[in-house]
Design a protein around this ligand. Structure first.
Ligand SMILES: Nc1ncnc2c1ncn2[C@@H]1O[C@H](COP(=O)(O)OP(=O)(O)OP(=O)(O)O)[C@@H](O)[C@H]1O
Ligand SMILES: Nc1ncnc2c1ncn2[C@@H]1O[C@H](COP(=O)(O)OP(=O)(O)OP(=O)(O)O)[C@@H](O)[C@H]1O
Ligand SMILES: [Mg+2]
Ligand SMILES: [Mg+2]
Lengths: 466, 466
């Protein structure tokens, strides 16, 4: 009666948790997971991304074959089966630095959905160096054991490419344009990733190219050690058991960021623990005291080279390129912290010009440079936007609703770990520190807009008088 | 660089997915998971549930010790460690029948959160029969390997109890009353579970008893086999490989519900497959044809003895007991199907009387008799309520908002598998079939309310004339 449940069985039944709720959304989610992987991989090796995306009609009605190819570093042959055929397997989960992927689920989930709806295997071709052979492999997921089921593999020549990865699969989907479409995802991805070039072939055979706007790569991010304020008692208990440090003070300095000798001594003193004691021998009670001592000790904020915001200048440039308006303003807040994880909020507004006036303002949400196209209602960005008092800036707004006016609002959260409300990574969870930072960023944009509108109103009134 | 990620590591980092976003919500979620388990367990053995819930102050500020005890069947000694110390382990995931639990995560997640915030083990006491000894065990979760870490165990006497389970743990929490509190959860649980008696001791030492309203147990549910319409190609491919049936026609009859010999022959005929062929030998192409043949074959709806709605009479009685109003109406729709899974929507309205008039109507949401207290914005029940045109029934409603008036709306979804929007089981995903059924149920309530309000208005007008 009692049974172990494999994670891929769990997600096969719960595919809406991964963003495969219906055929229209499934097509977008599968492409998004692959393109995000390609962008992450190219950035890791410092190469401006060249990404090719194709959607072709599949073997039957409502089926499409999708292909994504990149010029990234490629994947080691030995790792390919688990990368594509095993949920909760990847290189990004255990590190503390900003990347688009963070769960180790994305591309395997897309393959799982493809297998469920067409029964067909995922096809992978990858090459890790110019003089190397490429490795080609077809595989499916064995859901009962959450492991890859290899159907075929061989080394092949991949002439015209020095390194890179190509992934193809056939799945059930519905192709359409509009707000929640693949087209819209790629357009918005181009806005926040000006260093990428994306070539896109639609099922009707049309080819669109999103040109690279700059060859300047985003500043590479460095992984940081956990910050003491973010470490819970249960985790601290585990860390003291597993540490290689011989003394307690040394444990604090080597395992955490922002802890030098002075802070380490202070924590031990406040917890009445001996800084020279062996971490492996500490009692649960002493670790509990150390945990509370950390909360009371003044420790500087975590380093911020682990996150890479877009920057208000580049965000402004992208906004001006995509939207024709009378007024623009962008802001990048200085980094903040929730649960010990560094994050940074950026926001921008475009008002007037070609935008229509009587509708609610349009909200574009981004997390780690990835557009969030679904679950707007349950997202912290939306809630913080609605809770901002836009009437103060001369805009209409009824209770519990978006402001109304010819306006586009853009909010971007950059973080070492974005707290999504589900594995489909479509909405940000409402941690109070995050809500506060979004509101502060929007208020700054709102104030600037208010000044502009007052000035414009004054000029209009004066013009009328003459 | 590439690593396997254990499911409990994943949820330790993503605890908001499980409903442990903040200390206030965490206290509620932990209690909810344990009480839901107790209700399920008691119903399984056909015993009216007697559940005791206690919240006591813990070892430090912001810490509470919570205890839940039931008179259920108890848990076999050998299974206790995995039940409480392993995520994705349980008895309910693989069956197709209505229960509160369905993921195999709940109580282990509560234990994980307790360990993370206080470092303390979960304490379990369970007894499976009157003349048996009770088994007592303390354990924590080893998150790296997702397995139980037993700290202590022994057989003990548990005198005054013939059978049952008691679970206790200490965790970080915030106790408060109001909309999203433990009190409110227990009050609403008492409404939809009139066969249960719940004794509740608050941290202030006050004891409340939610009396049993009926000794009549809900109709027991029977597990059904999957319905052919709900089986995807990938699953069908797996089923034909693993079946014990020797012939294809026999495979359809033995593995699915609602398939007799006639329907099985029809499916094979339409797919041009030999009904006597060996299922293990079928090609992927033939299985693809069979999949499409199933969609084209007329097959009756799944059996409904796998779901157990509350019933409009009992729902009406509970509503009348809890809310003082002028008008009541409840409705239980006949069962429907989404992705092959049977479900049934029930709704009720209470209007006027002691209810206040100028606020948006209050919405009470339930899934498999469990109240849903969070994530109202992202829930199918809320969306369907907002999309219902309440103006037709003489109520105020602005675009995209709840109706306004002295009204309480109750919606209950009973299903063999409720599609939640995350593992915290707080909101229902918006499958089109589910949205449609909720709207139809609300429209029936709305029509009855409209008739009542028109009549009342007429009577008021006539009274004024005299
Ligand atoms: N195109 C690619 N080039 C190089 N490496 C890749 C590529 N696609 C995936 N990978 C590797 O495979 C791993 C697994 O990918 P997957 O999308 O399943 O998870 P993830 O990106 O780590 O996290 P998420 O689930 O959030 O997407 C990644 O961590 C990365 O190391
Ligand atoms: N009080 C109890 N009495 C008897 N059995 C129990 C009790 N609590 C839990 N169980 C058993 O332990 C299993 C695991 O419980 P857990 O809450 O983790 O998962 P679940 O109830 O199956 O699903 P969910 O994650 O949706 O709650 C259950 O399936 C049930 O068989
Ligand atoms: Mg990924
Ligand atoms: Mg449970």
């Amino acid at each position: 009666k009692q049974k172990q449940i494999s994670i891929s069985e769990f997600f096969a039944k719960n595919r809406h948790l991964l963003g495969f709720d219906n055929p229209r959304k499934a097509l977008l989610t599968a492409i998004k997971e692959m393109v995000d992987n390609s962008l992450d991989a190219c950035e890791d090796m410092g190469t401006p991304p060249d990404i090719f995306v194709a959607i072709e009609p599949g073997g039957r009605e409502n089926r499409f074959r999708i292909t994504v190819r990149d010029n990234g570093p490629g994947i080691l042959k030995a790792q390919v089966p688990s990368v594509f055929g095993k949920l909760l397997y990847g290189s990004k989960f255990h590190g503390y630095r900003q990347q688009r992927g963070q769960q180790g689920i994305g591309v395997s989930a897309a393959g799982l959905y493809a297998m469920l709806t067409t029964g067909k295997a995922v096809e992978i071709k990858t090459k890790t160096g110019p003089r190397r052979k490429a490795y080609s492999c077809q595989l499916r997921i064995d859901t009962q054991h959450n492991r890859p089921d290899r159907l075929g593999e061989k080394d092949i020549e991949w002439e015209d490419v020095p390194h890179g990865t190509e992934v193809a699969m056939e799945l059930e989907g519905t192709y359409s344009r509009g707000r929640h479409s693949v087209d819209s995802y790629l357009e918005q991805t181009a806005i926040t990733n000006p260093h990428a070039q994306i070539t896109y072939r639609t099922p009707d055979g049309e080819e669109r190219v999103f040109e690279r706007a700059t060859t300047e790569m985003p500043r590479p991010t460095q992984a940081i050690k956990p910050h003491p304020y973010g470490v819970e008692l249960g985790v601290l208990l585990k860390m003291v058991k597993e540490t290689k440090a011989k003394q307690l003070a040394e444990f604090f300095q080597s395992e955490f960021s922002r802890v030098g000798n002075k802070v380490a001594q202070e924590i031990c003193l406040s917890a009445k623990a001996d800084p020279k004691s062996n971490p492996h021998r500490l009692s649960r009670g002493t670790v509990d005291e150390l945990y509370h001592a950390i909360q009371k000790t003044k420790i500087s904020a975590p380093p911020t080279d682990c996150i890479s915001p877009i920057g208000d200048t580049l965000l402004l440039k992208s906004l001006q390129k995509e939207v024709e308006a009378d007024f623009y303003h962008t802001v990048t807040r200085s980094p903040a912290v929730y649960r010990g994880m560094p994050f940074c909020i950026e926001a921008g507004i475009a008002y007037g010009g070609g935008l229509t006036g009587d509708d609610p303002a349009r909200l574009l949400r981004f997390a780690n440079r990835v557009p969030l196209l679904y679950q707007q209602a349950g997202c912290a960005v939306t809630k913080a936007t609605i809770e901002t008092a836009w009437r103060n800036y001369r805009l209409q707004q009824s209770r519990g609703a978006m402001p109304v006016g010819p306006m586009i609002i853009v909010v971007h959260m950059a973080s070492v770990w974005v707290p999504f409300t589900s594995e489909s990574k479509e909405a940000v969870a409402s941690y109070p520190e995050i809500m506060k930072e979004i509101k502060l960023a929007l208020q700054e944009c709102g104030r600037k807009l208010g000044t502009f509108l007052r000035k414009r109103r004054r000029e209009e009134d004066e013009a009328k008088k003459r």
